[in-house]
Design a protein around this ligand. Structure first.
Ligand SMILES: *Cc1c(COP(=O)(O)O)cnc(C)c1O
Length: 414
């Protein structure tokens, strides 16, 4: 095949072709819904046949600001034509303003930019271990980190090593040691797990991948208190819950607490580019010195310009408040649905979930039926449909989505 053959070959594909070629040439590590998307704008995405869908997944909350937000796009294209990557071997004129914006917005004292969310998690783990040895006085090699059952913190080897999901970890060992698992939402189990060698408690404010699991009231206040008393770093993974998804800038605000280390990613770029960051008090990130940690792309000027624009539109366009108000509105409508297959409706802000009765036959077929009615949602953990649209969704759009959901349940329930 010549180069021009390759270029020609990319025209005139049918949706079937795209699916077939993906299946043929790609690793099968995903099981996507049967839709081939080519364009997005706000809450809407369009398939290659021109059909329109309301996006109720938002790329796992990476496009909180809506697809192809024009202001983020403008910042990206402007910066892409000027300077994209310098590596951290040199300074660039976008990193400092990015730090200033993130610090002003979140109150962080120190920030470390990475790319994917999993890298931010790995970075935090490295930093708290080093902090444990150098500051807390834990004997070298003995640092322990406490994590929760059904956690989701990404897909790297370090991270899946402390997953409790057999499909995430099965067949990938051996894994790093130094992690203890306690039940999510159980502060007595947390007390019992803390030892003098515990350097951190790593936890999601709401477990998204596990099915939008909200812990009992007061859990985080007690966990915060325990961490403070035992000199344990509280690391909140807000990669999914952060940046407006739950109706606050950070989900920790619902609990009235402040983490020592906060991880953000996903919507930090509005879906344009992988950008993540570790936010901390200076003590924890302060232990990293030149040469001890890094990333070729972390903190690059393109990422910084995109992230600054993504944060600005989130705040300037009132998306966080809208998430709180429209999330309540959406949840009330879903709670009003009287369908046998619905066991529970829960959520916070626009991070919503419909849990199905175990007899309903799984969430996947509901998601497929929703797709046929123009709503894209994703099943998680078998029986849960996650509903997490871009935060720019309007009330008429919510009304329409609920109508489609009701029709689908009406059809399948019978
Ligand atoms: C998505 C996610 C991650 C991993 O982010 P990637 O960018 O996919 O590596 C980590 N933690 C939570 C809570 C997430 O939702």
């Amino acid at each position: 095949m010549t180069t021009s053959d390759l270029l020609n070959a990319t025209t005139d594909r049918s949706p079937r072709d795209y699916v077939r070629i993906e299946h043929q040439l790609g690793a099968h590590n995903y099981h996507p819904l049967d839709v081939v998307l080519t364009r997005g704008e706000g809450v809407w995405v369009y398939d290659t046949d021109g059909n329109r869908y309301l996006d109720c997944l938002s790329a796992y909350s990476a496009v909180n600001q809506g697809h192809c937000h024009p202001k983020i796009l403008a910042a990206m294209t402007e910066q892409a034509g000027r300077l994209t990557l310098t590596s951290r071997a040199f300074h660039n004129d976008q990193l400092a303003p990015f730090y200033e914006d993130v610090a002003a917005l979140t109150g962080a004292h120190k920030i470390l930019p990475m790319n994917s969310g999993a890298e931010a998690v790995e970075t935090a783990i490295k930093a708290v271990r080093k902090w444990g040895y150098e500051v807390k006085g834990v004997p070298e090699g003995a640092a322990e980190i406490i994590v929760c059952t059904d956690n989701f913190h990404g897909r790297t080897l370090g991270v899946v090593g402390f997953s409790t999901d057999p499909s995430a970890r099965g067949g990938f060992g051996p894994f790093a040691s130094g992690f203890k698992v306690v039940p999510f939402g159980d502060d007595q189990a947390l007390v019992d797990a803390i030892t003098p060698n515990t350097v951190a408690f790593l936890v999601e404010p709401i477990q998204g991948e596990a099915g939008v699991i909200i812990p009992p009231p007061g859990y985080f206040a007690r966990a915060r208190d325990l961490c403070t008393r035992h000199n344990v770093t509280l690391i909140l993974d807000e990669i999914q819950t952060g940046l407006g998804r739950t109706g606050k800038l950070l989900a920790e605000e619902h609990e009235g607490i402040e983490a020592d280390v906060t991880l953000i990613g996903k919507a930090l770029s509005g879906g344009f580019y992988p950008v993540s960051a570790v936010l901390s008090n200076s003590e924890v990130l302060g232990v990293l010195r030149p040469g001890q940690h890094g990333s070729t792309f972390g903190g690059n000027p393109l990422a910084c310009a995109i992230a600054r624009a993504a944060l600005r539109v989130l705040v300037d366009e009132g998306m966080i408040e809208a998430s709180a108000e429209n999330g309540t509105y959406f949840m009330d409508l879903l709670k009003g649905l009287r369908r046998n297959a619905i066991r529970d409706v829960r959520g916070r802000g626009l991070m919503l979930a419909i849990e199905l009765d175990p007899s309903a036959g799984g969430a996947r077929r509901y998601c497929e039926a929703l797709r046929r009615r123009g709503v894209l949602a994703k099943d998680t953990h078998g029986d849960t449909i996650r509903i997490a649209p871009p935060l720019v969704i309007t009330r008429p759009q919510i009304d329409w989505a609920v109508e489609q959901i009701d029709v689908v349940f009406g059809t399948i329930d019978r």
